[in-house]
Write a protein that binds this ligand. Sequence first.
Ligand SMILES: Cc1cc2nc3c(=O)[nH]c(=O)nc-3n(C[C@H](O)[C@H](O)[C@H](O)COP(=O)(O)OP(=O)(O)OC[C@H]3O[C@@H](n4cnc5c(N)ncnc54)[C@H](O)[C@@H]3O)c2cc1C
Length: 482
Amino acid sequence: MADKTFDAVIVGGGNKALLLALYLIKYGGMSVGIFERRHEIGGCLATEEISAPGFRGNTHANIILPWYYAPIWRDFPEFWDYGAQWEQHKCSDGFVFRDKENCLAIYSHKHDPTQERTAKEIARFSEKDAETWLNLQSVAESDEYLRVTMDALFKPVEDRGLPEVAQRQADIFPKVLEAGFLPDSLTFKASSMRAAQEWFDSPELQSCILRFAVSSVIDINDSGSGMMTMGMGATLPTIGFARGGTHQIAHAAHQILVQLGCQFFTNAEVDRAIIENGTATGIRLTDGSEIAARKLVVSTLSPHQLIFDLIGEEHVDDQTKRRVRLIQDTFGCLMWYSFAVHEAPIYKAEAFNPDIHECQWLGLQPDPDPMHIARECLYERLHKFPPLEDYAPTVGCHSLVDPSFAPPGKHVVQNEQLAPPATAFSESEWLEIKKRYADELITLWQDYAPNMTWDNVIGVDTNSAFDHCRMKNLGTGMASTL
Ligand SMILES: Cc1cc2nc3c(=O)[nH]c(=O)nc-3n(C[C@H](O)[C@H](O)[C@H](O)COP(=O)(O)OP(=O)(O)OC[C@H]3O[C@@H](n4cnc5c(N)ncnc54)[C@H](O)[C@@H]3O)c2cc1C
């Protein structure tokens, strides 16, 4: 006899779980129970006072794109009022280059809806790229492009081969051609690096696009990512963040779900799915209790956990097991530091363009050559940090736009840097690496922003690939030992 019964049982209480539960209850009319291993729900929708008291940092996502929650704002209008709000910096993306102390600012849609201002900045490096940029943005704003994007983002994989989906892709073709982006077989097979170099002349713009591709977990040396480079470029002006931190999104979903009658169980680690006659009929928690599902059991964990922990490999065919074992989970691991500071960084490149001061996703590079980014990816493949000259960190300061991130007059700056996976080092080695990286970053940052010395720092959160395994679903081998 089960200890509890729901129509739908959801394993994990993060982003996917909360949003799915909204729909299962309101539109599916089901009773839902959410089972979360940690002490609270939200998963990677997490914002904490991490670097110092009063200074908030997102322990995971900082980039929130406008379409992430578009269906929720439409189907649950109270979601925004309950705190799931979206905001943009003046410059959504950009790069500063140390050699000439100059920079390229990509203005956000909020501050440059036509992208003319951005085109003027790009023209300081290449007139031709400025024209290509405006062409790209006009494709990106067309109904045809938006339809294809919505198919790619929101259609289940099995529906993506439908004739109407193929027709929508054909409809965009003339526009892409007209804009000068030849989608031939070479471009489809090309790496992001090659495509960016083919379409744009200035290494400054190439670097902006390619560094964002890395933040989207693309190794820019990989063949087959060429056409994606177009989408990466089109996305730069749309980069934004969650007002008050991503945890506000979890709070907003939680409020609606409580009103809808959803039940939450924290400190409730799921051990197994209960399988009867080939069908999942419930779950067993690590404390031995059993929960029955009348209609469905949903896992929001990693494919590895789903197959090998929850279902059990005896229920899964060999090809699926092999495919899941081969999923790569060691590229795109990050150092994700947050610094509480007295003063926001003041860049030497502000003499070139003062607006670069307020940039959400700002790359730092010794010179504009995107090979730094390409080499950084190659080093990560080897599970190594690159030499200092090839670090291509991004930095940004939400508190310039959203004062809720820091006490009055103070600021919080965050950083992203590719890093080896958690499994590459032992716990004690990570402790050393985390200290060393903080010093390296501050040394490097000062070359671009002379006020970024340790004297300006009140506190630092050294959030590494090792620490990210606190979400058991984010690390396979390592997480099970934590
Ligand atoms: C450092 C970092 C930076 C990131 N930055 C960005 C960014 O800028 N923009 C962006 O879009 N994305 C970013 N991401 C990715 C984004 O955070 C995740 O893709 C997203 O949160 C995944 O949501 P989810 O629901 O799949 O998983 P999660 O939000 O991780 O939720 C899964 C939940 O399942 C729980 N769980 C695990 N095992 C069990 C178990 N056995 N039983 C019960 N519960 C369990 C976990 O504790 C967790 O709460 C980043 C990720 C990291 C690690």
